[in-house]
Design a protein around this ligand. Sequence first.
Ligand code: GRG
Length: 302
Amino acid sequence: MTNTDTEHLQSFMQTCRQRVEEALDRRLPAADKLPARLHRAMRYSTLDGGKRLRPILTYATGKALEVPFDTLDGPACAVEFIHVYSLIHDDLPAMDDDDLRRGKPTCHVQFDEATAILAGDALQVLAFETLAADPAMAVTPSQRAAMIDCLAKASGAGGMVGGQAIDLASVGLQLDLPALEMMHIHKTGALIRASVQLAALARTDRDPAVMEHLDHYAKCIGLAFQIQDDILDEESDTATLGKTQGKDQAHNKPTYPALLGLAGAKRKAREMHEQAIAALETLGEQADLLRALSLFIIQRRN
Ligand code: GRG
């Protein structure tokens, strides 16, 4: 990737971050609206933090398919609402029991456990309300239904929640590579895949071959993202990550570096990136941002 490509990606990501920040702000309940503690917790965990990788993927897919950004604000927010809810619940004492997220105290530490559970619940519902009713989305009712179906499947027992259940059940167990992959395809990969699919669903004249290529790309970057996450958990530090570093090892969790070694995990991440790029072969230069994002995923430091 040239310097110009990197600068272009950085400026695109910055534009998307600003855009989604404003869109999230508008869709969240006001902080002083009752019940104010719940609304403050929802806003605290959602706003002003995170890489916004999933919304950026939604917008970048929109660029590749020429979908207007006004139509994508709803899907971009919906996927981020689901992501934030999952982080809040994952940090709870009953799950990962963490006190640092996005460089600040986790929701249950800043507020309390019950409020954190409710904030997660409410964000999850807000995601679907956004897809069902967002007036700025120029889509047909059947496209809306397809988007709701897509996000529900990606988030539920057959997707992210199922992956989290496998993860909780596997602590201390010796998972082999296919089992580890299966867990991550659900836990992290499903939502990343949905971030791409939601933008594609905004087009009525979908070419099934292009949809398939984009889906393959999304599956590959989903795994690459998780492998890099595991690598960073070993290589990075708490301040850079904005979350507790070294937790995987401390909790004896199965990870890619544990199974493949650090060098093997890096090779695997690179392989997934190369497969992602190959999947986009038939798409023209309008897919360059997606290509650059794939590289960003395996080179990110937080
Ligand atoms: C509790 C239903 C439920 C699901 C939890 C996604 C998840 C499932 C848990 C998060 C725990 C975790 C650290 C997973 C590894 C990969 C991951 C999703 C990291 C966080 O995503 P980033 O790096 O976070 O995109 P930011 O803060 O940048 O948005």
